[in-house]
Design a protein around this ligand. Sequence first.
Ligand SMILES: [Zn+2]
Length: 340
Amino acid sequence: MRHATVTDLARNLGWLCEDNFRASSPATIEQLLEFHDRAYVKALQYADSTGRVAPDVRNRYQIGTLENPLFPGLFDRAAMTVGGSILAAELALDGHVTFHPSGGTHHGRPDRACGFCYFNDPVFAILRLLESGLQSVLYVDLDAHHGDGVEIAFFHDKRVTTVSVHEDYRWPYSGSKSHPDEGAYNLPVPKGINDSEFEYLVEHTIVPVAEARPIDAIVVCCGADCLAGDPLSTMMLSNGALWEAVDRLVAFDVPTVIVGGGGYNPWTLARYWTGLWGRITGQALPERLPNAAIEILRGLECDLVDDEDIDEAWFTSIADSPYPGPVRDSIKSLADNVVV
Ligand SMILES: [Zn+2]
């Protein structure tokens, strides 16, 4: 539903057409095995086809749990997300900036599911870029949660640098410090980070990390749970601050893949990702959305957001009002501690 809303809005605004839209195919088993263990892939396939998981399989592969539930079509959907990231990388190599909104399953591990991520599609985007012969890929994770699966996957691979901005003291509770020798940078931000603080981190850490090495390609995870109004974090970012950050990365003018990620407020997510698509395709964002787009947004429902917290602007506009504020010392010291 999240991705359909984004494509519906983008089409409604005239920003999506045959020329700039591609449907992906599911990754093949052979492709999945480039990162995932055969036994895990088989176990997931079996669980999906039977709708059941034996206790030992549940324990071993973490499937059929509250965190990683079974649901009809699970395997195909997870494989499709990986196929989308592989296609996105191929299109990026052809010279496009590619946005794959259903990507961003950044917690997936080679041998188990984790955090509602059954496979790890950003890993496949990076692998496809490396397979083409590129020597240096930058992965930037702007989701509210630590991009742990991607960091672990490439921790000892000198070709990949990872940077994750995520809320401190939040699941999965990793990513508390950087490992510059391994090219793994972490920015665990305090509660309530505002636009000014985020912009400070972009300019003083993410951009310098990117500029300190030759970068051949960039993969960005744009989870929407860092937006103000999302029920799963206290981050207070406007979509404009995130669009600016992505613009900053796109300006490096190398093959760039943007994937989605988390996001549990359907209105803020739809406006962020639709506007992101508008920005990278050079559209002028309207002050007020056309009525048909407003109807799409009004038609969404969400149990995680209380009615009294719903902002009328979430229906009628696409750009948030900015959330500026003082830059706290804790943010400055986070940036000071990053040695590029
Ligand atoms: Zn997240």
